[in-house]
Design a protein around this ligand. Structure first.
Ligand SMILES: *Cc1c(COP(=O)(O)O)cnc(C)c1O
Length: 413
């Protein structure tokens, strides 16, 4: 990586970047919302485009000198429209949260009723959490998963929707390990006269590769982050039907954002270009296979998974039977070089700061090149750790194993 200038000019920051490179290099990263971008994406983001002010949209800027920036943003838009078969795309949102904010503010009025899944059942903060702007500005009501299967129960969602008559239904999840049938959400939205928004932040990569149903044809609006399974730079996009294009664009700018981050938009364009290539489909297929194998490595060792398994890039481990909390589990796994995140399980009886679950997934290890055998082994290693959190000898053995795996698949060396 090119760090020669910062090495000479700012030792303090340089040292921590070096340490972070080493941490990423020597950690089995299983946080399912993370990924590792290509050098090309990083080069775009680290380019001179960061110098430019480009308030407005291609062809309609408030500053001069945007003739090349315009071309880059237009390419980003065309590529992402192609990836998801969208009528319109806005590639300027700085983050997933901002994208959702722009959609709500464009299509709803304060106090309007929105139906979404609860954060504790796999939703996102921006789906109506009381501490988030969404929960403060709008009247969010919740649907929940089926209590036995822990799967989406579309007839139950329909019942709540008919009773509540929401202005909008949000179909989107941050911790749901199963496939989503957006066409069923569409039927419900039509029956209730609701708008339908899908937030595909987590599963965008699989959708782009044609390995998960694409919600775009069924939805008024689709939002997604670009940095999760889609493997682009940190940021987001909004896709929508042509009839909402003007309102959405106006709400992103000047509604809630000022100047766009054109260096990041260039990174998005590069990532979308990568996602349009056949290798990307291979990557997503491998990611799904690795995740299934990791789940098998856990299940074969008696670890309980929410909904009994996985159909995507994500696994939610239920720690209840092991008698340990998510906080300790995350810390002990961290100590052996396996990075996960504590997460609520549906109908969790424990508080968010120490929930009963751990959320893991295969995006990063797949980018690194882990095989399905390695992925199964990672599942086994996690099982060992979770069942022996006080066994120093065993934890040290696992630490050696994770080190071996990390050295076998270098990230940057
Ligand atoms: C990650 C995520 C977001 C928010 O992304 P940020 O870029 O962190 O703001 C929104 N919705 C869902 C479903 C997500 O998983």
């Amino acid at each position: 990586m090119h760090l020669d200038n910062i090495r000479n000019s700012d030792m303090e920051i340089f040292e921590f970047i070096e340490k972070e490179i080493e941490r990423q290099e020597m950690t089995i990263e299983l946080i399912p919302s993370e990924n590792v971008v290509s050098y090309s994406v990083m080069e775009a983001q680290g380019s001179v485009l960061t110098n430019k002010y480009s308030e407005g949209y291609p062809g309609k800027r408030y500053y001069g000198g945007n003739q090349f920036i315009d071309e880059i943003e237009k390419i980003a838009i065309e590529r992402v429209k192609k990836l998801f078969s969208a009528e319109h795309a806005n590639v300027q949102p700085h983050s997933g949260s901002g994208a959702n904010m722009a959609v709500y503010m464009a299509l709803l009025s304060p106090g309007d009723k929105v139906l979404a899944i609860d954060l504790s059942q796999g939703g996102h903060l921006t789906h109506g959490h009381s501490l988030n702007f969404s929960g403060k500005l709008y009247n969010f009501v919740q649907y929940s998963l089926d209590e036995d299967s822990l799967l989406l129960d579309y007839s139950k969602i329909r019942d709540v929707a008919i009773k509540e008559k929401p202005k909008m239904i949000v179909a989107g999840f941050s911790a749901y390990p199963r496939e989503v049938d957006f066409s069923k959400f569409k039927d419900i939205a039509d029956e209730c006269g609701s708008l339908l928004m899908a937030d595909i932040s987590h599963i965008a990569g699989m959708i782009a590769a044609g390995l998960h149903q694409n919600p775009t044809p069924f939805c008024d609006v689709v939002t997604t982050t670009t940095h999760k399974t889609l493997r682009g730079p940190r940021g987001a996009v909004i896709l929508c039907k042509e009839k909402y294009a003007k309102d959405i664009d106006r709400m992103v700018f000047p509604g809630i954002q000022g100047g766009p981050l054109e260096h990041v938009i260039a990174g998005k364009a590069v990532a979308f270009g990568e996602a349009l290539k056949p290798q990307f489909k291979k990557y997503q297929e491998k990611l799904l296979e690795n995740n299934r194998e990791m789940a098998r490595g856990l299940l074969d060792n008696g670890i309980k998974l929410v909904s009994g398994g996985t159909e995507n890039h994500l696994i939610l481990i239920d720690l209840t039977d092991l008698g340990i909390g998510g906080k300790i589990a995350q810390e002990v796994l961290d100590s052996v070089g396996i990075c996960t995140n504590k997460n609520a399980i549906p109908f969790d009886k424990n508080p968010p700061m120490n929930p009963s679950g751990i959320r893991i997934g295969s995006p990063v290890i797949t980018t690194r090149g882990f095989s399905k055998e390695d992925s199964y082994l990672v599942g086994e290693l996690i099982s060992k750790v979770l069942k022996n959190i006080d066994n120093e000898t065993l934890l040290n053995e696992v630490k050696e194993e994770t080190k071996k795996l990390c050295l076998k698949y270098p990230l940057y060396k």
